[in-house]
Structures are given as C-alpha cells and as structure tokens.
Ligand binder design. Structure first.
Ligand code: FAD
Length: 424
C-alpha cells in the first residue's frame, strides 16, 4: 500500500499518499520515523518538516552557560531523515482527519492511512511586548533560541554585578526547569568570578512554586538560598524595554489583586510563553485549548482511531521534555502497529519526564517523575541529592543517546521505576 517508498524529497509532489505521515521532524517525529522503519520496513512513511536543521534543544542550557558550542546542538535535517522515509519539506497548513488528508504550505495535499502528530509547540515571543526588538541585545537573552542562548553566555561573561533577572512564564512550557537552570549556573559562574556579592539576582515566575513536583523543591530552595536569590512568585513578565533596561511584570498579591511592577535590570534571561501551534489549534485534532487531543496512556487520538500524537504538541499532562519523547515514541509505534494489525493497544505511557536541574557547574539534581508527581528514577539513589554523575549524564551520555540511539530508532533506554524515599 502507498506510493513513493524510496522518495527522499517530495517537495513538489502535487498529491501523495503514504501509509504513515508524521508531522514534525523534531525529537519526536524523527524518533517515531526511525522506529517505525525498523519495525515495519514495508510501510511507506513521510515526515513533514519545513526546517533545514534539527536542534538538540536540551543542549541550549549548556550553550547559555558556555559548556557547549551552539554548533554542537544543530545538525542538518536531511542527515537525520531515516533512509527510505520521504521528507516533505513544507509545513502542515491544515488537517482534515475525516478525509485522512492534510494540506501543506506549498498548496499541495497529502493523504495517509495513519497520522502521527509531532509538530512541537509555539514559542510566543510576541506574548511579551518589546521582546523581539531587543532579544540578543541590551542584556536581554534567552536559552529558548540557539542564537539567543549564545548571547546568554556573553551576558554571563560581561556581567560585573548589578541586577540580573530570570523570568518564567505560566506552565506548560518545555523543560519546566530550564528557566532556573541557567540562573543557578549564572550565579555559580559569578561566584567563581568574584562578582556574586555585588549582584542582586531575582527569579520572577508566573507560578507559585519553584517546581511542579514538590519532592524536588527542597534542593532548589537550598540553591536559591546558597546564591542569595530573591524569588518573586506570581510575577508574569509582560513587557521589556531593552534600551531603558526595564522589565514590566503583572504581579498577583496574596489577596488576588494584581498590580504592574517595573524592575530595572542589567541583564535578563527571558523564557517566552508557550502555546499550541495555530495550525493545530484551528484543526479538529485539537482539544479545547489547542493541544493534540490524545489518550494520556495509549497516545492515540481520542476521536480519530488512526491518529497518534506525542511530544510537546500533545495534550498529555507530563513534563514536555525530550526524555518524555524517548519513552513515548516506542509506545506510539507499538500501538500504531497494533491498530494496523487489528490487535489490542497494550503499550501504555506512565507520564515519564525528566529534568536535569543544573544547580551548579558539575552538579545536577536529576528530577525524573511520572503522572501525578510519582518519583520514577532510573537509578536507586536519592534523586534530590545534587550529583556529579548526573552532570556527566547530561553533558556526555544524553547527547550521545539522543543523536546515536533515539533518532536512529535504537530504542535503548535506562529503565525507570517508581521508588519511595524518606521525607528528608
Ligand atoms: P521539537 O523537537 O520542537 O520538534 C518539532 C518539529 O516540528 C520542529 O522540527 C519544527 O520545525 C516542526 N514543525 C513546526 N511546525 C510545523 C508544521 N506546521 N508542520 C510540520 N512541522 C512543523 N528536554 C529534556 O528532556 N531535557 C532537558 O534538559 C531539556 N532542556 C531543554 C532546554 C531548553 C532551553 C529547551 C528549549 C528545551 C529543553 N528540553 C529538554 C525540551 C525538549 O527539547 C523538547 O521537549 C523536545 O524537543 C520535544 O520534541 P518535539 O519533537 O515534540 O518538538
């Protein structure tokens, strides 16, 4: 069934049909394509992806801290599309799941028997007034874009004391720990440079807790205290004026009243609000707020039996991370093949996600957890303890695992499991 099994680029194909179309060639899309190809090479597969490059985004925290170079995190998309999988170099522009079709940004249409939705989410840079105009200048940086992450490292190096702000928008965001990871690394760097005592560091977050899983809050509070960081809960960044060096927040007080708070900064690390992609939100595949509406366990669409979704685009209430994608991809593949073979769907996702919290250079609290805040570590060690071994995991092992195993469909994994730990 299907056409064009050996096509590698169908850029100008007017109308094409595939057994499986995967929307998005990021962490989730490429992993699913590679695993499907390994398990069932007879299927015709296509990846719809407009970008020429693919980024290992977990590396951007390290780019911002001067540990990785930007080039280490970027590869050509072409080199990652598995052999025998067609690359449709266009963006999905509309979905008609009742007709098993999607339209593309080049005006063409593609049909499928099965659809896998993995287009990620939208970084809403416009959600903060003035940000786009000043990002990458005036001490305004962000690890959420490769070039702006390089600028983060410059800001860290050029900071000699004064006020450094770190913002965090409302959840969900990808890698919920990333807004504070760079803050601890910056503080540790300034401590080593001897300018921490001349600095005022403030963490301004829209939420009311340092981390969504309470189990991991104590080691983060320790870090906040150690570096003398002031934490402003329920501070939501609304606007930035780069040349005036001011950031405007909407602050909510304990009694629920809101006020506008303007803060001066010498440098600010900004994390943009994160929302579903417009094209997904406008489609019948979306839930009421715009995420791809899938069952949290099987990852199959709740209305369309031949559609699956995973990664940042999915409605599942897990931490949006590449670690989650690593666990989700084999579940999608197993369940998709089960539907294709007329079998029961037996693979179930437990909500696993992971966030390596860089509390200092060389020290990481490896937060691993599942649905409902269950603590599901890969190693039989108390995960609240900052460890050097976890730093090696983050800087050496996980990038290798990503490029060499995950994206090639290797399905290698360190099994995680729920474990109980004492309260302290
Ligand atoms: P992506 O990898 O973003 O891929 C989505 C793809 O879809 C992109 O290639 C995009 O071009 C494409 N696309 C967009 N629109 C369309 C369209 N209309 N049609 C077709 N294709 C489209 N995760 C961890 O596990 N650990 C970490 O330590 C970690 N740290 C992070 C730090 C930062 C600063 C950031 C930004 C992310 C971090 N993450 C981390 C999160 C992780 O990178 C993401 O969760 C992961 O990349 C999600 O994979 P995805 O395939 O769903 O989305």
């Amino acid at each position: 069934m299907g056409l064009n099994a050996s096509v590698t680029d169908t850029k100008r194909a007017p109308h094409t049909k595939f057994d499986v179309v995967i929307v998005g060639g990021g962490a989730a899309g490429i992993t699913v394509a590679a695993e499907l190809r390994r398990h069932r090479s007879s299927l015709t597969l296509a990846v719809v992806e407009p970008s020429d490059t693919h980024a290992y985004q977990p590396g951007w925290t390290l780019v911002g801290a001067g540990v990785f170079r930007r080039e280490q995190t970027i590869r050509s998309e072409e080199g990652l599309i598995p052999k025998g999988v067609a690359w449709i170099k266009a963006a999905a522009a509309g979905f008609d799941p009742a007709a098993n079709e999607l339209s593309l940004s080049d005006g063409s249409t593609v049909s499928y028997r099965y659809l896998v939705m993995a287009p990620g989410l939208k970084l809403d840079w416009d959600g903060i007034a003035g940000l786009k105009e000043t990002l990458g200048r005036n001490g305004v940086c962000s690890n959420y874009r490769a070039d702006a992450a390089e600028y983060s490292w410059r800001c860290l190096q050029e900071f000699r004391g004064g006020t450094a702000l770190f913002s965090q928008p409302p959840m969900p965001i990808k890698c919920a720990g990333a807004p504070q990871k760079i803050m601890y690394l910056a503080a540790d760097y300034w401590r080593k440079q001897g300018c921490l005592s001349k600095s005022r560091i403030e963490f301004c977050l829209a939420g009311d807790a340092l981390f969504g899983v309470p189990f991991f809050v104590p080691p983060l509070k320790d870090a906040v205290q150690r570096y003398g960081i002031a934490v402003n809960y329920k501070y939501n960044l609304k606007a930035i004026d780069g040349s005036a060096k001011t950031a405007t927040f909407s602050a909510t007080a304990a009694d629920g009243t809101t006020s506008e708070q303007v803060k001066h900064f010498d440098m600010i690390h900004v994390v943009p609000p994160q929302v579903p992609l417009d094209v997904v939100k406008a489609s019948p595949l979306a839930n009421s707020v715009g995420w791809v509406d899938v069952d949290p366990a099987t990852l199959r669409h709740v209305k369309y039996d031949n559609v699956f979704g995973l990664g940042d685009a999915a409605s599942t209430p897990n931490a949006k991370t590449a670690a989650a994608v690593r666990i989700q991809a084999p579940i999608v593949v197993s369940n998709l093949l089960a539907v294709l073979d007329g079998k029961e769907l037996t693979a179930k996702y437990d909500g696993y996600g992971s966030c390596p919290l860089t509390v200092a250079y060389g020290k990481i609290v490896l937060a691993e957890f599942g649905y409902g805040g269950k603590i599901t570590p890969s190693f039989p060690l108390d995960p609240r303890v900052p460890r050097r071994s976890a730093w090696y995991l983050k800087t050496k092992f996980l990038p290798w695992l990503y490029w060499s195993h995950m994206l090639t469909g290797g399905e290698f994994d360190i099994p995680h499991k729920e474990r109980a730990f004492s309260a302290t």
